[in-house]
Design a protein around this ligand. Structure first.
Ligand SMILES: O=c1[nH]c(=O)c2nc[nH]c2[nH]1
Length: 456
């Protein structure tokens, strides 16, 4: 029998495919020193008892109590870390006004590192308590504060992918909040990549630099082309917003005479390690380009209700071979919980399919075949996010990182109740996804290390 760094015993839920969930009943999950699942063992296997005999009672053996379950940690594929300070505010005006009136003034304050530390420490701790084990962050234009966010992720044990935002267009960005000039934007981005790559070397769970043109309207063509070259040079992650609203989609068409997707691709910014937020207005040829280049979509269903003028047809885009994960889009979305976005993804997809204007005949109201199931939404929040980032995360399977949340359905006062019914495990998962809250998350592990615990 191999020896293991840690052994966990319990029942786990993990997506097998977008539509199917694996249920591993009372399995043993045996970790290597790197924090990855080296073996997952069913009770039917002979070695199961041997492992139990060897590890029971040891300090590296962990057993779930009755009513507790393992879920993969959530992967937040799109979140603006500085905007945590205004989450829940200013939700009633369009994107272009919201950026100028609220968001740019707030983000400008992150030149102050003590302010940045206060917000970023609180955000990373909050996300971990909400079961988010990996996050793809937009920071601000400031190189130092962006690095501080990567450091806080490293210290608190979250897998963070962090971008220093590039906004260098003098006509589109306010003088008080933009890169000094295009060359400085590129130089700062390169310095940021190098410093986060160094930090990654001493961070067990990984922290990664992300090339981050805010969106085409805020960047010059020179900056976008320069960032594409840096992505190639460092094989780095890329993130941006793409075809996100009526205003933004039309703005890019008017300026560059093509859709965002083709413009980004021409600048070298669509590739396997690229994640584009929202994408509500992608045309069929844009979707094909995403699939061909391996570019992923970060679907942010709560934010889309407020800022996107439409609902992403994610079932259709997924069927065309595009990687898709879920994002909170703090603060375009008000909630730090990916679970809230799981539920909204289902709700929005049902509204798209059924239509919403009851004065129309039923057959003219909606878009057929748009709905997704709760199991699919679970997949997008976990395995879909991992596939989008090309990392071994989002599944509880051999070879994957031990990034898990322990859900306790017996948490006192919780609205998640089974009423003594003899529910099957498929139903337990549905209850967890629709009714659990952060109070039900008893512990969170990232790469084999405990990073959050909630006492009873
Ligand atoms: O939802 C959004 N949030 C932002 O901060 C942003 N910037 C550009 N486009 C954006 N969309």
């Amino acid at each position: 029998m191999d020896s293991f760094d840690k052994v966990f015993r319990g029942t786990a839920f993990s997506s097998k495919s977008p539509k199917e969930v694996n249920i591993f009943k009372d399995y043993l999950f045996c970790l290597d020193a790197e924090g990855k699942i080296q073996r997952s063992v069913s009770p039917q296997e002979k070695v199961y008892q041997e492992i139990l005999d060897a590890y029971t009672g040891e300090s590296n053996f962990f057993v779930l109590e009755e009513g507790q379950y393992f879920l993969p940690g959530f992967i937040d594929l799109h979140i603006h870390a500085p905007q945590w300070a205004q989450a829940g505010l200013a939700m009633a005006i369009p994107l272009e006004d919201w950026l100028d009136a609220y968001t740019f003034p707030l983000e400008a304050k992150f030149s102050d590192l003590s302010f940045a530390r206060e917000i970023y420490e609180d955000l990373v701790a909050t996300l971990l308590a909400n079961g988010t084990t990996t996050a793809l962050y937009f920071a601000t234009v400031h190189k130092e504060a962006s690095y501080l966010l990567a450091q806080i992720c490293a210290e608190k044990g979250q897998r963070g992918l962090v971008g220093k935002v590039v906004m260098d267009h003098t006509e589109e960005c306010p003088a008080y909040y933009r890169d000094k000039d295009t060359q400085k934007a590129l130089d700062d981005t390169e310095a940021f990549i190098l410093s986060v790559q160094e930090l990654n070397k001493i961070t067990k769970q990984g922290v990664y630099p992300v090339i981050t043109p805010r969106f085409i309207p805020s960047c010059t063509e020179e900056a976008l082309a320069g960032l594409g070259k840096l992505a190639e040079k460092y094989d780095a992650y890329i993130q941006s917003h793409c075809s996100e609203s009526d205003w933004e989609h039309a703005f890019v068409k008017e300026r560059l005479h093509k859709h965002d997707a083709f413009a980004l691709n021409d600048f070298g910014l669509l590739r396997d390690k690229a994640v584009m937020a929202h994408c509500t207005f992608l045309a069929d040829e844009d979707v094909a380009l995403f699939a061909e280049t391996g570019t992923a979509i970060a679907h942010c269903p709560i934010s889309n209700v407020f800022f996107s003028n439409g609902i992403l047809p994610l079932a259709r885009f997924k069927a065309k071979g595009v990687d898709i994960g879920l994002g909170t889009d703090i603060s375009g979305g008000f909630s730090p919980s990916l679970l809230d976005n799981v539920k909204q993804a289902v709700i929005s997809s049902r509204m798209l399919e059924e239509g919403v204007d009851a004065t129309l005949p039923a057959e003219e109201r909606g878009v057929p075949d748009s709905r997704i199931t709760i199991n699919e939404a679970f997949y997008f929040a976990t395995a879909g996010g991992g596939e989008s980032l090309s990392l071994p995360i989002g599944r509880i399977e051999e070879g994957y990182c031990w990034d898990v949340q322990v859900i306790d359905i017996k948490t006192p006062g919780s609205k998640l109740r089974l009423f003594g019914r003899n529910v099957n495990l498929e139903e337990v998962l549905q209850k967890i996804l629709y009714l659990s809250t952060p109070e039900n998350i008893r512990a969170v592990w990232v790469q084999g290390e405990k990073v959050h615990a909630r006492p009873r």
